[in-house]
Write a protein that binds this ligand. Structure first.
Ligand code: PLP
Length: 285
């Protein structure tokens, strides 16, 4: 596999990063994951915009290659022959000569930029979309700026491990009695004809897939309510689902051992998945 590191395309086993890199030492970095369908990038503009916001929120200098990221993504897709899969992009504050809590002077320390692809044939036709996933609830113990897409992902990893130990697929995180989001996705329920998902704020990541799905839902005349909901409300809902760049729209059929609705994927999630995939493919770059 060919990867990209600081301006160079090279084989993955030749790619190196300094041990002083603040991404490594301090999780001082941000990232994006963009999916690839038919060899094209899904909603690249949305990911690029959120990336820039993440950099700005952390006062991280913009790397020189920022305007070229679309070309770099496309080149990596081409070099690795990706038809379906993902591209991971990470930018860290760089590698000053020493470990120091204070940010280094941008004049002497430039950001580190890394990209790699993950080949996932069949991503859009995942059989899991036909059966749905099961989740448990866990306390949300992340930091308070979840709107910034940083690489400090230890707690979401622990959430995934708690889900695995419970024999399910993922965890929905709960704070003050209300669901924030999944470990790596946004959470939704459906009641009657209304789609309910948590309002934006610092408590959740502003999903690029979320924004697109809500837009498509409005266009299809579906009702949308942006507000928080509890696990009890979700268990009593007609449907539940998640969204993310790599899962698209994925039904949730069980929460903390209780079946949601019929315990099988519902029509609203299925329709939104279809619309999302169709419409996103049309405008993929
Ligand atoms: N919420 C969290 C915590 C995430 O990590 C992610 C994606 O990685 C999402 C939501 C979904 O965001 P997107 O639709 O932009 O992939």
């Amino acid at each position: 596999r060919t990867v990209y590191v600081n301006g160079t395309y090279l084989p993955e086993n030749e790619a190196t990063i300094s041990i002083f890199d603040r991404g490594f030492l301090m999780a001082d970095g941000v990232y994006e994951v963009t999916s690839v369908l038919d060899g094209k990038l899904i909603d690249f503009a949305g990911h690029a915009k959120r990336l820039e916001r993440s950099l700005n929120e952390l006062d991280m200098p913009h790397p020189d290659c920022l305007p070229d990221l679309l070309d770099i993504h496309r080149e990596l897709v081409r070099l690795n022959g990706i038809e379906e899969g993902m591209i991971y992009l990470q930018i860290t504050r760089g590698a000053p000569g020493d470990r120091d809590f204070a940010f280094p002077d941008p004049a002497t320390c430039t950001p580190t930029v890394v990209l790699f692809t993950q080949n996932k044939p069949g991503l859009a036709n995942s059989p899991v979309a036909k059966t749905g996933i099961k989740v448990i609830s866990v306390a949300d113990q992340r930091w308070a700026r979840r709107d910034i897409k940083t690489v400090q992902l230890l707690y979401p990893s622990m959430g995934k491990m708690m889900a695995k130990a419970a024999g399910v697929d993922d965890a929905w995180m709960v704070e003050d009695g209300m669901v924030t989001e999944g470990t790596s996705n946004n959470a939704y329920i459906v009641k009657g004809n209304t789609i309910i998902t948590r309002h934006l704020g610092n408590e959740i990541l502003h999903g690029i897939t979320r924004a697109a799905v809500l837009r498509f839902a409005h266009e299809a005349q579906m009702q949308v309510e942006e507000r928080s909901f509890s696990i009890a409300e979700a268990q009593a809902a007609d449907e539940a689902f998640i969204t993310s760049a790599s899962m698209f729209v994925m039904p949730v059929v069980e929460i903390d051992g209780a079946a949601v609705g019929t315990g099988t994927p519902g029509p609203v999630a299925a329709r939104l998945r279809e619309i999302y995939l169709d419409e996103s493919r049309k405008v993929a770059v």
